[in-house]
Design a protein around this ligand. Structure first.
Ligand code: DLL
Length: 398
C-alpha cells in the first residue's frame, strides 16, 4: 500500500465512484444543454434532451465531441460559464488554423492541481521534496499543471520550464531537486548531459514524472538507470484539463484515471460503438466536474486498453495502458502536437505542391522532423543562390 494525496477518493469503493460519476454527469448534461448552444444543437440533432439521461448507461445516447467541434466552436463556443468566471486559458500547439482553447475557473484549476498532486504523491512525493518542473510553461499545460500540483502538495517548486540544459543541471544540483517533471525525451537528454558533465554524484533525484509523448519500457529502464530514479508515466490532454487525467503508481503497471472527475469509455474508432471491458480502442473522456469547459464524450484519438483489476497500490481508479497509438495522423515532436495538414498548409502557402513526405525520427534522444518536398520545374533557376534558398528554407517555423 502506498501513500495517497486524497485517500478517501483514490481508494473509494466502485459504488461510491459510480455515485459521484452519476451525479456529476447528470449535472454536466443539464449545464451544457442550458448554457452551451453548440452542444444543445448537437443533442437536438441526436434527438436527446437531459430528460432522457437518467444514469451512466445513458452516456452512449449522447453525441461525441471531437477536435473539429472544438475548432469550429473556437474561441468561446463551448464555454459553459461566463467569461468573468474564468481565470485562465490553455491551448494546444498548432502552427496554423484554429487552435483548441480550454478555459478554467478557479475550481477547475484547483481540481487539476489536485490531480497532479496525486501523481506526485504516487511517485513518492511529499512536502519535503524539491520538484523541478521542466515541462514548458505558457499555453502548454505541462508546466502549469505539475507546478500547481507541487504547490498544492507543499513541495518546494522550481518552475524551470523547458530548455537551457546547463541551467537545469545547475539548479538540479545546487538546490537538490528530488523529483523531475518533464517529457521523457528531455529526461533522457538531461540524463545524458548529466553523465557527460560527470555530475551524476551531485544529483539528489529519486523520481521523475514523464509524459506528454509516447515512450517505451526500454526508455524507462534507461532513464531509471542513468539517473538512479524511479520513472513514472503521466497522461493528459489540454481539452480535458492537462497532465494528471491519469497517473502511474509505484506498481508502474498502467495509469490510474482520476475517475472522481473524469468518466472514460473505450470505443471502436471506426463505428463509435462502446467496446466491452478490456478491449483495445479509442479513449473517450467526459470531464463532468469541469465548470468552464466540461466536455461530454470527447474523442481523444488515443488508442488504449482499460484494466479494471484491483491494483496492489490500493487505488480503485481504473487503469489505462500507455497510449498505444492514434486513430488519426497526429504526430508528437518534442512534445509538440503536429498534424500533417498543418505542414501541408505551410507548404502550400510557400508555393510548394502537396506531394511531400514527413520523416520523424528520434536521434540521440531528441526528436527530429524532416519534410521532403517534391521539386517542381519552377523551383529550378540558373542562379545557384536561389535554389539554395529553397533548399535551406526552414518551413516548419514558417
Ligand atoms: O501533452 C498534457 C500533458 C503534459 C500530459 C505533461 C502529460 C505531461 P496536449 O499537448 O494537449 O497535452 O497533448 C495531448 O499528448 O492526446 C496524447 O496523444 C499525448 N500524450 C499525453 N500524455 C502521454 C503519455 C499534454 N504519457 C496528447 N504517453 C494526448 C503518450 C501522451 N502520449
Amino acid at each position: 500500500m502506498g501513500n495517497y494525496f486524497t485517500p478517501e477518493k483514490e481508494t473509494a469503493s466502485r459504488e461510491q465512484i459510480t455515485q459521484w460519476q452519476t451525479a456529476g454527469f447528470l449535472d454536466a448534461v443539464k449545464r451544457v444543454y442550458e448554457n452551451v448552444p453548440y452542444y444543445r444543437e448537437k443533442m437536438e440533432e441526436k434527438g436527446v434532451t437531459p430528460d432522457d439521461i437518467k444514469d451512466l448507461s445513458d452516456l452512449s445516447k449522447l453525441p461525441f465531441l471531437t477536435k473539429d467541434d472544438l475548432r469550429e466552436a473556437y474561441p468561446y463556443g463551448l464555454m459553459a460559464r461566463p467569461l468573468s468566471d474564468c481565470v485562465r486559458i490553455h491551448s494546444t500547439s498548432g502552427t496554423t488554423g484554429r487552435r483548441v482553447v480550454a478555459f478554467y475557473t478557479e475550481n477547475d484549476i484547483r481540481m487539476w492541481d489536485e490531480c497532479c498532486a496525486r501523481a506526485l504523491v504516487a511517485a513518492g512525493g511529499t512536502k519535503d521534496d524539491v520538484v523541478q518542473v521542466s515541462y514548458g510553461f505558457g499555453l502548454f499545460t505541462g508546466g502549469a499543471g505539475l507546478n500547481g500540483g507541487s504547490h498544492m502538495l507543499g513541495s518546494l517548486t522550481l518552475p524551470m520550464s523547458s530548455g537551457n540544459t546547463d541551467r537545469q543541471i545547475q539548479f538540479m544540483t545546487d538546490l537538490g531537486a528530488t523529483i523531475l517533471c518533464c517529457t521523457p525525451s528531455y529526461a533522457a537528454y538531461l540524463a545524458e548531459s548529466i553523465n557527460e558533465r560527470g555530475v551524476r554524484d551531485r544529483i539528489r533525484l529519486k523520481a521523475g514524472i514523464f509524459g506528454a509523448e509516447a515512450w517505451t519500457e526500454e526508455m524507462r529502464h534507461d532513464i531509471e538507470k542513468a539517473l538512479g530514479i524511479k520513472a513514472y508515466d503521466i497522461y493528459g490532454l489540454t481539452e480535458i484539463s492537462g497532465p494528471g487525467v491519469a497517473f502511474e503508481c509505484e506498481e508502474q503497471a498502467g495509469m490510474h484515471i482520476n475517475e472522481d472527475y473524469f468518466i472514460v469509455e473505450v470505443i471502436d474508432p471506426k463505428t463509435g460503438e462502446v467496446l466491452p471491458e478490456g478491449e483495445k480502442g479509442e479513449l473517450v473522456f467526459t470531464s463532468f466536474a469541469k465548470e468552464a469547459f466540461p466536455l461530454i464524450r470527447y474523442r481523444t484519438k488515443d488508442i488504449g486498453i482499460l484494466n479494471h483489476e484491483k491494483c496492489s497500490c490500493g487505488r480503485t481508479f481504473v487503469r489505462m495502458t500507455k497510449p498505444l497509438g492514434r486513430s488519426d495522423d497526429m504526430l508528437i515532436v518534442k512534445g509538440v502536437n503536429v498534424f500533417p495538414s498543418q505542414i501541408e498548409t505551410v507548404l502550400l502557402n510557400h508555393g510548394y505542391a502537396a506531394n511531400y513526405q514527413i520523416v520523424v525520427d528520434r536521434v540521440n534522444n531528441s526528436d527530429t522532423i524532416e519534410v521532403r518536398v517534391e521539386m517542381t520545374p519552377e523551383m529550378f533557376s540558373d542562379e545557384v543562390g536561389k535554389v539554395r534558398v529553397i533548399d535551406k528554407r526552414n518551413l516548419y517555423k514558417g
